[in-house]
Design a protein around this ligand. Sequence first.
Ligand code: ADP
Ligand code: MG
Length: 378
Amino acid sequence: MIKFENITKKFKDKKVLKDISFEINKGHLVAFIGASGCGKTTTLKMINRLIKPSSGKIFINGEDIEKKDVIALRRNMGYVIQQTGLFPHMTIKENIEIIPKVEKKNKDEITKRTMELMEMVGLNAKEFLNRYPTELSGGQQQRVGVARAFATDPEIILMDEPFSALDPITRVGLQEELIDLQSHLKKTIVFVTHDMDEAIKIADMICIMKDGEILQYDTPENILKNPVNEFVSEFVGKNRIWTSPEFIKAEDIMLDSPVSCLSNLTLNRCLEKMRSNKVDSLMVVESKTKKLLGIINAKKIQETLDRSKEVNEVMETNLISVEPNDSIIDILQLVEDNNVSTVPVLDKNKRLLGLITKSSLVTTLSQQFIDTEEGMLS
Ligand SMILES: Nc1ncnc2c1ncn2[C@@H]1O[C@H](COP(=O)(O)OP(=O)(O)O)[C@@H](O)[C@H]1O
Ligand SMILES: [Mg+2]
């Protein structure tokens, strides 16, 4: 959709973008994040040609934007900036309708669209349309800014720290509204921010920049879990994963090779196997497919008098299990609701991939507190 190919930018002798390349998929929201002066705004402004690269090419839908008519290019892009950019001498209605009017769209259609947009950004049309920007709070003005960016139903929306100047509560409200809008409108959104929480919350992909270079361009999950270097992990914050525990997945905390046995093993043999492996339960699997058939625990065997029986006669087959992508939050809930101490991790075909035990959960959770304490000491 949007593609940067070896883009550099020099202001006089200063290189502010150093050969950056990346692609943004259609319908994605990508957050560019980094310290002040690292080149985020410069990158953004190249997309609507407010800044021209010193070298390299930018493509939108495969077309070199340098070869496109700049007016047509910008018409297909909404632009929201921190200082709203609303015209102070125009009413809210006039501000929103300025571009549709320039495009000479039908008047009734424009009005209808304005009403929809106000609704979309959570502002009462009757109350606000005839006011002037200064008669609105910062958050309300920013909502109008967002509405205006969507007015021409553009394919791409550029947002440069749109919520940074707002108080935290208003900011969170607008972030949530943007997530909501994006979930049904699926625009391609390039969003500049310096707030990691904001990026993690709203973005499909995060691009971390430093001194005109891209350090990591990845999903929020990977940025949290696998920062490419010390700078990224410092930037993200060591304990950040704990503010987003939904990113901790079953596969991250499971034991990889749980002790298992076949269904025709006798209970006596099962006990032996438990003893030698120092475990109190066995996963009973089908030999070829590794499909999980049941679980047997030591207590159950102790209750059974005839230990020459095969495990398939007494094993528990009513199983609570999770998939590799289930989050630690869901797993904790499951353990609590079902009062189980082990949860097998199965793939779509019910094959056994690993095992989560109460103790692996506790270890993971206590890690949080250890890390936090270290963090507090340092
Ligand atoms: N018009 C300009 N002339 C000279 N230097 C500029 C200009 N615009 C930006 N810069 C410099 O380029 C660097 C990147 O700026 P910018 O893209 O605005 O950073 P960010 O948005 O990440 O804070 C900064 O060092 C800034 O001072
Ligand atoms: Mg900037």
